[in-house]
Ligand binder design. Structure first.
Ligand code: R7I
Ligand code: MG
Ligand code: MG
Length: 367
């Protein structure tokens, strides 16, 4: 991919950064809450019209309905934020305890099947070796679910100015539950995408091709590390370059003209599943595609377009919309998000408070 470099801001003003912290976590919440009712669905052309009307209503300030509940995506993101806000240095045992406490407090938030087993093992072992239970899953292969990626936004925000530490903390935070290299690298890709979106000027239009090329450049380095490992076979190129290959697909799909058949191609080639590999690149594609108009979606608002498009692909809708929403919110900031839509979500005010606390923990109270 030899495209010109992405233009990012040299310095981010305090008020803009604060708004981006809010936008990112709010974006994740809205994607989770509004996407959850469609999780696991196959979406037909008719369903897309229903989804259009659903978001029209949610954006209408006079519309009253019971709030949309959040799921495990937000529940776990909460713990990641607390882990960064409450201690001066990363304490992964503390994070493992937060995950487990949150789960046993409200187990019915739609958690993945495997991760529930990890939580039980962590609790039963009294958190002795917090990395052991996750390593044992799937006969030692570890989970490649998207659970690591869906909750990673606070890490990308907190370390927005420190790329190396962001990758290190994201890796360790993910490995508490997901040790498969596809699960870990999926979380890294999502954190890299959010960090890059934070650096983009909300007043200037992002060039999707350049954004994608930048992600590709970074994943090439991240995935190259694995080449040194003896236990990965040379011919296992699918795993070694999984995300680089997916980003090439993203780039290719972005160049195609939109119609319903293209959505099918997206689902077929990028995926809409529960694995990180079949959902993180999809979320990135949703964000980049929604920067421009999408004929089947009637809205002027980029954030809404991102989330609505993600949901219209079906499958793991809460999580793909959560991840796409986090990236869009990190780019646009809180101002890019319709308040009426945000207010339809459970935990809306709390998420703003979490974002502000994270911002203060990072930038200091005077900023
Ligand atoms: O990744 P995880 O936290 O699940 C997140 C998803 C999101 O969509 C949430 O909204 C919620 O619905 O769940 O939880 P895991 O249990 O670790 O992974 C999810 C699922 O991926 C597992 O239950 C398996 O079905 C599948 N999976 C695997 N299957 C076979 N081999 C993950 N890793 C493997 C594997 O190595
Ligand atoms: Mg969920
Ligand atoms: Mg999900």
């Amino acid at each position: 991919m030899s495209v010109p470099k992405l233009i990012t801001m040299a310095k981010i003003e305090a008020s803009v950064l604060k708004s981006k912290f809010r936008g990112c976590l709010l974006g994740a919440l809205i994607g989770d809450c509004t996407g959850a009712p469609f999780e696991g669905d196959t979406i037909t052309h008719g369903d897309k019209l229903v989804i259009q009307r659903y978001y029209d209503k949610l954006e209408d300030p006079t519309f009253t309905a019971p709030y949309k509940s959040y799921t495990d995506d937000t529940a776990m993101m909460k713990s990641v934020a607390k882990f960064l806000t409450d201690k001066p240095e990363p304490d992964y045992r503390f994070l493992a305890r937060l995950f487990v406490t949150e789960f046993f407090k409200e187990p019915k938030r739609g958690y993945g099947q495997n991760i529930v087993e990890v939580f039980h093992k962590l609790r039963n072992s009294k958190f002795e070796d917090v990395y052991k239970p996750a390593k044992e899953q799937f006969m030692g292969a570890g989970s490649y679910g998207n659970g690591g990626a869906m909750r990673i936004a606070p890490v990308a925000l907190y370390f927005h100015d420190n790329y190396k530490t962001m990758l290190e903390v994201a890796t360790n935070a993910t490995k508490l539950t997901h040790t498969n290299i596809l699960g870990v690298n999926g979380a890294l890709l999502q954190s890299v995408a959010i960090q890059l979106a934070v650096k983009c000027d909300p007043e200037a239009k992002i060039d999707p091709e350049r954004f994608c090329a930048e992600l590709y450049r970074r994943m090439r380095k991240i995935e190259r590390v694995e080449e040194d490992l003896d236990d990965i076979e040379e011919e296992d190129d699918g795993t070694r370059k999984a995300y680089q290959n997916k980003l090439r697909v993203v780039e290719n799909l972005l160049q195609k003209k939109h119609d319903d058949d293209l959505d099918e191609e997206v689902i077929l080639n990028l995926g809409n599943g529960i694995s990180a590999y079949e959902s993180v690149p999809t979320a990135i594609y949703c964000f980049l595609k929604a920067l421009n108009e999408i004929p089947s979606i009637q809205t002027e608002n980029v954030f809404r377009r991102t989330v609505q498009y993600a949901v219209s692909l079906g499958g793991d809708t809460d999580t793909i919309a959560c991840m796409a929403g986090a990236i869009a919110g990190a780019y646009l900031g809180e101002d890019g998000i319709n308040t009426a839509l945000a207010k339809q979500c459970e935990y809306y005010r709390d998420v703003l408070e979490i974002a502000d606390n994270l911002y203060v923990a990072k930038e200091g109270p005077g900023n």
